[in-house]
Design a protein around this ligand. Structure first.
Ligand code: B12
Length: 228
């Protein structure tokens, strides 16, 4: 159910307080209450969690808060994701035919996984078979796994400007191995922009988890129609 802006601001304030206190339970309870009030897990994620994390990041870059607070934010949100949102999203998603195979991970040197996990989850509930390699994944590992799993898509998440170049490296490695036509490459994460992704030869970019699903579905259409 759509929540009004004042309710949402109250939830954001409670999340900020939970993060400041480093209190996972506060975050978990907040998520449980939001879902009990008929807010969808995705709406809660985009309206409450995402903006608060952006704020935390901005405050970190302005040196208003420091690494411990950043770590508390990660810890509280991961608990909310794992204990409340993921189980809620997965409820009722039974066996269905596979629409495509995706190998996903965070780029080498990058341990941010909150957004990547949301993307993996949304792909899964939309019928993709997802192999999640976790964080700090080297380009070669993406490629080896994609070959083993006969994946259609390699999906890379990057939150750090220092981990982004591994996306370009992966595209170049695929070209070098003569495998560029075999795998579609999609990229996302706060560090990546649409234009940059295009400039390094990536096939698709997604701003958020919903767009990630749309992009993957659209990229697979020609394969399904037998054109590729
Ligand atoms: C929480 C957090 C942490 C936590 C991460 C916990 C975890 N388990 O993920 C911890 C404390 C570990 C951390 C560590 C660091 N962090 Co940090 N962190 C953040 C913060 C505040 C939130 C990240 C987040 O989860 N956002 C919410 C999610 C939902 O957004 P998202 O990941 O972008 O994902 C969405 C979309 O981008 C998209 N998407 C994501 N992946 C993919 C993939 C595909 C294929 C597609 C299509 C779409 C897609 O869909 C997602 C869902 O909507 C950001 C600030 C920010 N603005 O992002 C800084 C931020 C990313 N961190 C930053 C930094 C500097 C660091 C550290 C270097 C700090 C330090 N001095 O040690 C370390 C690096 C550690 C490492 N090697 O990776 C900087 C990066 C600056 C830069 N441009 O390089 C940021 C931007 C903060 C800042 N403003 O300075 N961090």
């Amino acid at each position: 159910m759509q929540q009004d802006e004042s309710n949402i601001e109250v939830m954001r304030e409670r999340l900020r307080a939970g993060i400041t206190a480093g209190n996972k339970l506060q975050g978990v309870q907040l998520a449980q209450e939001a879902l009990a009030a008929q807010m969808s897990p995705l709406e809660f994620f985009h309206a409450v969690i995402d903006p608060v994390l952006v704020e935390v990041g901005d405050r970190f870059s302005r040196l208003e808060i420091f690494l411990p607070e950043l770590m508390r934010a990660g810890m509280v949100v991961k608990a909310m994701q794992e204990e409340v949102l993921e189980p809620a999203v997965l409820v009722g998603t039974g066996e269905s035919s596979i629409v495509g195979r995706v190998v996903i991970g965070a780029c080498q040197g990058d341990i941010h996984d909150i957004g990547k996990n949301m993307v993996a989850l949304m792909l899964q509930v939309n019928g993709f078979e997802v192999t999640d390699l976790g964080t700090n994944v080297a380009p070669r590992t993406f490629i080896e796994t994609a070959r083993q799993k006969q994946a259609d898509i390699i999906a890379m998440s990057s939150l750090l400007t220092t981990s982004m170049p591994y996306i370009r490296d992966l595209v170049q490695l695929l070209e070098g191995y003569g495998l560029r036509d075999q795998f579609l490459v999609v990229a996302g994460g706060a560090a990546v922009t649409h234009d940059w992704a295009q400039s390094v030869g990536v096939d698709g970019f997604g701003e958020d988890a919903v767009e990630a699903v749309n992009v993957c579905q659209n990229l697979l259409l020609p394969r399904k129609e037998g054109h590729v």
